[in-house]
Design a protein. Structure first.
Length: 349
């Protein structure tokens, strides 16, 4: 499995369009780590199937009235093996790997990770049974945060506030940049001349800088100056923005292309730099190591933001759907097709 991930990352550097495919996959499976989401995509591709959309274990599908089709082989993800913490010093006080959840309170986890294991799961396309219904945006009923550019903007502003950053819309941008993050003043400034869609995208980009490229982020410093936001740091930020908006059914492929087109070059430059210098111990020697690190950081930061902005989609995990939220995924709907609100128990099947 891990070799499949390594091969995919190598391909993503040699053929940059594959990096965007990885981001598309992460936007669908945003509740999974970048590595697990990528490995799920690789395994489906090896079988000549479309990328996964909703994944669960055999018994979890049964609890939702669906059954794995005869002859379907399991997909595999890497899951932690945990043990109950005995002493207080063994309690895991950290959130899941990655940036903390927007500055929120994290309850101690009364368990400790003692190893890792392969866990068998199945995509919805490998199952049959009871239909499941997804929320739809055109019902006139109250909607989750982030269903429009305006609502997504507000939730991103709240997310920045949780990190101690305020957001201003200003005509006096530094160097007339569309967006700028001032870590000293804890301020994100967005250009007033931008329309609502561009403002939202730029804010998501700058929020990624807040999460990943602060003055104390040693790995971010290796990727590019925290102050100047250059090199891989800029690629990371745009990758996060692209993933967050994609998870909200907002496709920024055209607008993000100028950033993401420089992905491969940025990796190669970082690889060359890492051979010559070490950022206080953060030294990466190969492009595969760098690509893996970037993917992990991007997906972790994206999840932190999406946990706050709450897209309608399940993020790839069946367990996130409530009992009264049922989605017809026998034939997964395209993003342009209508979706049903959780309170409307109507089958699309």
């Amino acid at each position: 499995m891990t070799q499949g991930l390594v091969d995919l990352l190598d391909q993503a550097v040699n053929e940059p369009w594959r990096w965007q495919k990885l981001l598309d996959n992460s936007a669908t499976l945003w509740r999974y780590s970048g590595g697990n989401a990528a490995m799920l995509m690789v395994q489906m591709a090896q079988r000549g199937k479309e990328p996964p959309t909703l994944v669960a274990g055999y018994k979890e599908w049964e609890r939702h009235g669906r059954y794995v089709l005869k002859g379907e082989g399991a997909l595999w993800v890497i899951a932690p093996r945990t043990a109950r913490a005995i002493a207080d010093e063994e309690v895991d006080h950290r959130p899941a790997p990655g940036p903390d959840v927007m500055g929120g309170t994290v309850e101690p986890q009364r368990a400790r990770i003692v190893g890792w294991r392969g866990q068998a799961v199945f995509d919805v396309s490998q199952t049959d049974g009871e239909p499941l219904l997804v929320p739809r945006k055109d019902t006139g009923l109250p909607q989750p945060v982030g269903t429009t550019h305006e609502e997504l903007w507000e939730s991103l502003v709240a997310a920045a506030g949780n990190r101690g950053f305020s957001v201003e819309v200003s005509d006096g941008q530094r160097s007339l940049a569309s967006g700028y993050t001032n870590f000293g003043d804890h301020l994100i400034s967005i250009g007033a001349w931008l329309d609502n869609e561009e403002r939202t995208a730029v804010l998501a980009h700058e929020l990624a800088h807040v999460l990943l490229h602060g003055p104390d982020d040693l790995l971010g410093q290796l990727y590019g100056s925290s102050v100047e936001h250059r090199g891989l740091a800029e690629i990371e930020a745009e990758s996060v923005a692209y993933t967050v908006l994609k998870a909200h059914d907002i496709d920024r492929s055209g607008q993000s292309s100028s950033y993401l087109a420089g992905w491969a070059d940025a990796v190669l430059v970082a690889e060359a730099d890492s051979i010559l210098q070490s950022a206080n111990g953060c030294k990466l020697l190969s492009r595969t190591d760098i690509a893996k690190s970037v993917l992990g950081r991007v997906t972790s930061a994206s999840k932190c933001i999406l946990d706050v902005t709450a897209p309608i989609a399940a993020g790839g995990r069946l367990a996130t759907l409530s009992a009264d939220t049922r989605i017809d995924l026998n034939f997964p709907p395209r993003a342009t097709e209508p979706r049903l609100h959780p309170n409307q128990g109507v089958s699309l099947g």
